[in-house]
Design a protein around this ligand. Sequence first.
Ligand code: F6R
Length: 369
Amino acid sequence: EKGGYDYFMLKEIAEQPKAVADTLLGRIDASGSLTLDEVRISASELRELDKVVIVACGTAFHAGMIAKYAIEHWTRIPCEVELASEFRYRDPILDSRSLVIAISQSGETMDTLMALRHAREQGSKVLAICNTNGSTIPRESDAVLYTHAGPEVAVASTKAFLTQLVACYLVALYLGQVRGTKWGDEIRAVIRDLASISGSVERVLETMEPVRELARSLADKGTVLFLGRHVGYPVALEGALKLKELAYMHAEGFAAGELKHGPIALIEEDLPVVVVVPSPRGRSVLHDKIVSNIQEIRARGARTIVIAEEGDEEVVPYADHLIRIPVTPVLLQPLVATVPLQVFACELATARGNEVDQPRNLAKSVTVE
Ligand code: F6R
């Protein structure tokens, strides 16, 4: 059942290229447009939206954070993203022109379910992004976009996360397509890039041996920090969450721009810091900023583990360890940048003798508060 792998998590990490491809299947038509028939919310309703609110927990929340960048960029609709457990107790402002997107692998997470019930009571439409057919969250939503990751057995989410991202990009691009923004050409180009992204995920998986080796060498460390900017920031949070839950290590993710506002005080000799570097072909100011962040932490003794695109030579002098990822459109980078962090956490956990598929104190589906 583990298909020759020692753990379900390893199997599920390896299944990601297929999971990503399956989630795209049938959703891009021959002309290169999106056909999301499952989104049973009329085009006129979608055109009238004045706000998108995403609710989720844990890893699914990180997918939602990334979705915010994509939705605001491609649709120009303001988008908020909030932990379901905060949202539901806060009396948030919603009405019939708000679209609430609930992201949940299991479809049973209590806080996310309560958040969507609250949204429907306010008259908002709810779209679920879910991996489990017929579960409670999609049943109670107006529409559902299923991720086709297949069953995820390991408690720590991997392939479900990547497919949640794909679904979020599809929603963002679809909203852009329906509403017709000035990004029409870019949207068509990104849809094409998305169609071939599974090959990029595959390429990352083929180059993971040095990451595993690095992880094993860090097994006796107490802390690992993760930094990112833009869509790399939620990726940093996800890398830290994976390490906490699997390796039981102190791990924190920060927005790199926040370093000077506190976290830089944590940097000390030989502290491993993973930095997710945005594409140099995107807004180059972001790339420049992160290169100076890497220099700053390295000058204070950090051991820098840099995840950067192929061809990004500027980071090379400041990287104690360099992990290469394929060139992708800026907003899609999390689909490839997250994979090394999953492998890193899984290998570190194994090296520390932890039970990878069943981390202590955690359950796969959190149906209580
Ligand atoms: C982390 C993890 C959890 C879940 C969270 C939400 O690896 O698996 O953080 O992402 O409990 O679960 P779902 O997506 O089922 O609502």
